[in-house]
Design a protein around this ligand. Structure first.
Ligand code: HEM
Ligand code: HEM
Length: 187
């Protein structure tokens, strides 16, 4: 039997806004990975073209949407509902969700520091420019770039694991976990 919701958690699960933001981030991250694979490698002498600039703008957008989603989530926590799942499965699911938020918030900041170190201006879809996070040429900024690339490929693996777990719950456990993120429950 599912345990009762903890104090302060939303008993009905994810509301329409939480679901909308979840799938918006999914689409944005999917496009971002396609752009990351298609964009030219960033080396000494690389001139940032339209794909690189799109990578920066999309990354900033993802950061803002995830930050809003996370702040909202702090005010409206939703308890995991995984009927019949072992404690380690709940722990893994909770840790994966926390790690997804952490990577999606820290990753863009590291990317921004890397762009600044490489002396690449960052704009938000050419609407406005962001200031440099570190001075151009800063060693720590180049290190941030290496860490950014590593963490963002790790994020891709984690998204794969998270999606596979959701599909496993749906097709093999038939426990309604995926439906929580899809359908309105009409409460
Ligand atoms: C969640 C959002 C983001 C994702 C998923 C992401 C993903 C990636 C990936 C996978 C790479 C490695 C590409 C390769 O191996 O060739 C990369 C590189 C890079 N990204 Fe991002 N990125 C994000 C946000 C940003 C932002 C916001 C910026 C800058 C404002 C940025 C700047 C860079 C830079 C400068 C590099 C090259 C790193 C270096 O080697 O110095 N990224 N990104
Ligand atoms: C970039 C891709 C994705 C990211 C970053 C992501 C992130 C998250 C996060 C952080 C949560 C925790 C709840 C919240 O705070 O909103 C969550 C929940 C969930 N996600 Fe994803 N997700 C992604 C893709 C997917 C995909 C492709 C599926 C389905 C195939 C999926 C299915 C679910 C389900 C069913 C839950 C609810 C789990 C529960 O609390 O019972 N997600 N996701």
């Amino acid at each position: 039997m599912a345990s009762p919701p903890a104090a302060g958690t939303a008993p009905g699960g994810y509301d329409a806004t939480a679901k909308g933001l979840h799938w918006l981030v999914f689409v944005l991250v999917l496009v971002q990975f396609i752009v990351s694979i298609a964009m030219p490698p960033m080396r000494r002498g690389t001139v940032p073209g339209s794909l690189v600039n799109l990578h920066f703008s999309l990354g900033v957008l993802i950061f803002v949407v995830v930050a809003l989603r996370w702040l909202r989530r702090l005010r409206r926590p939703v308890e995991l509902s995984m009927p019949g799942s072992a404690a380690w499965e709940r722990l893994t699911a909770g840790a994966t969700h926390a790690l997804l938020y952490a990577l999606l918030l820290a990753g863009p900041l590291l990317g921004w520091a890397a762009a600044s170190a490489r002396d690449f201006p960052v704009t938000f879809f050419k609407l406005f420019s962001l200031p440099y996070l570190v001075p151009a040429g800063t060693h720590a900024g180049f290190t941030a770039g290496d860490v950014h690339s590593f963490l963002m490929w790790t994020l891709m693996a984690l998204v794969g694991l998270h999606s596979a777990a959701a599909l496993y719950h749906h097709y093999f456990r038939h426990d309604g976990v995926l439906r929580r993120m899809l359908r309105s429950r009409g409460h």
